[in-house]
Design a binder for this molecule. Structure first.
Ligand SMILES: Cc1cc2nc3c(=O)[nH]c(=O)nc-3n(C[C@H](O)[C@H](O)[C@H](O)COP(=O)(O)O)c2cc1C
Length: 337
């Protein structure tokens, strides 16, 4: 399939793997890129720019296809040295960066000077337009369904994607709630040039996370995610577990006076406990409603091949079939008359 996104990033299929803390290591990024999508290493999972440089080199050993790095600008307990991370990306020869969280405006000159294509993840049309204005090459439009940080507007993709299509001139991918061929075709219908998946890629053979995480995703339904940190305007969609129950209890007690320190135990340092140790009750970790559509743990290639094959079937058979049927109906009606 050829879209503005396949052309922009030099990839075969319009499928991107979003940056994911403690999931987006070289193994997953390389598997996605080798399968024809755009794999993304999560920059800040690497504790220093030097470690990111090593992770980029590891990924390069595993694929000769394009891959990217995610840079997340979120409120954190200590601010990471972003310019050094960007230098590592540039020196590693990476030509695609997915930015997320705050606007990447102050880093755009450095990224552009290095010939890097920037796709910024946005949860609203106004942020998408800002991204376009500051020179981003594409946007990942992240609906309310998404795993991770959906923003504070709560607009699902059935509305957000066509709204983005009406306003944006740069290409965009649909992010949030994307799992299969139906998602891809729907996203293309609403004006996107591809799709970005997070949660779905965690439940793949190559995702370098504990087997308990993959089992939990297959076992969960679309009713098993919940929003946390709303009172902090840092809303996150996470999978329910005992640690999250405690967090919600603290949120109920504190109400609008909640501070990040109150929930430190349930939100800080949780990812290694979940993703490495497989402690599924450790606290808040991102998971999308799309978990209700995840029923297996395929290889990344099996997943992407299945999506592309079924997308073609949906377009050629189901959708064109409706048109063909409509063309034939008058003839049939005439025959009956
Ligand atoms: C486990 C997990 C960790 C994530 N970590 C990050 C992150 O560090 N930075 C980021 O920009 N997005 C992060 N995301 C969001 C994804 O990149 C993507 O935008 C989101 O998962 C899309 O929604 P979906 O899960 O419905 O596919 C994370 C998502 C998951 C599931």
């Amino acid at each position: 399939m050829k879209t503005a996104i396949t052309e922009l990033f030099g990839i075969k299929h319009p499928i991107i793997q979003g940056g994911m803390h403690y999931v987006g290591f070289a193994e997953l990024a390389a598997a996605v890129s080798n399968a024809g999508g755009l794999g993304i290493i999560t920059g800040l999972t690497q504790r220093t720019p030097e470690l990111l440089a090593k992770e980029i080199a590891r990924c390069r050993d595993m694929t000769d296809k394009p891959f990217g790095v995610n840079l997340t600008f979120l409120p954190s307990f200590t601010a990471p040295p972003y310019p050094e991370y960007i230098a590592a990306i540039k020196e590693g020869g990476v030509k695609a960066v997915e930015t997320a969280g705050r606007s990447p405006e102050q880093y755009m000159p450095a990224l552009k000077a290095a010939g890097i294509k920037v796709i910024h993840k946005c949860t609203s049309v106004r942020h998408s337009l800002k991204a376009e204005k500051i020179g981003c090459d594409a946007v990942s439009v992240d609906g309310f369904e998404c795993g991770g940080h959906p923003g504070e507007d709560d607009i699902p993709n059935m509305i957000l994607l066509p709204r983005a299509a009406d306003e944006l001139r740069i290409p965009f991918v649909a992010s949030g709630g994307m799992a299969d061929a139906r998602s891809l075709v729907a996203a293309l219908s609403m004006g996107a040039a591809g799709m970005n998946m997070g949660t779905r890629f965690v439940a793949t053979k190559e995702a370098p996370v504990h087997a308990n995480v993959k089992r939990a995703l297959v076992g969960a339904t679309e009713l098993d995610t919940v929003l946390v940190m709303r009172a902090l305007r840092n809303t996150e969609r996470v999978l329910k577990n005992k640690g999250v129950d405690q967090l919600l209890e603290v949120e109920r007690e504190k109400g609008a006076s909640l501070k990040i320190e109150d929930i430190h135990e349930q939100v800080a340092g949780v990812y290694p406990k979940v993703m490495v140790d497989g402690d599924m009750d450790a606290g808040a970790w991102s998971c999308g409603m799309v978990v209700g559509l995840i029923h297996d743990i395929p290889t990344v290639k099996e997943l992407i091949d299945r999506i592309m094959m079924e997308a073609e079937q949906i377009i050629r058979e189901r959708l064109i079939g409706f048109l063909d049927a409509a063309e034939h109906r008058p003839a049939v009606a005439r025959a009956i008359a």
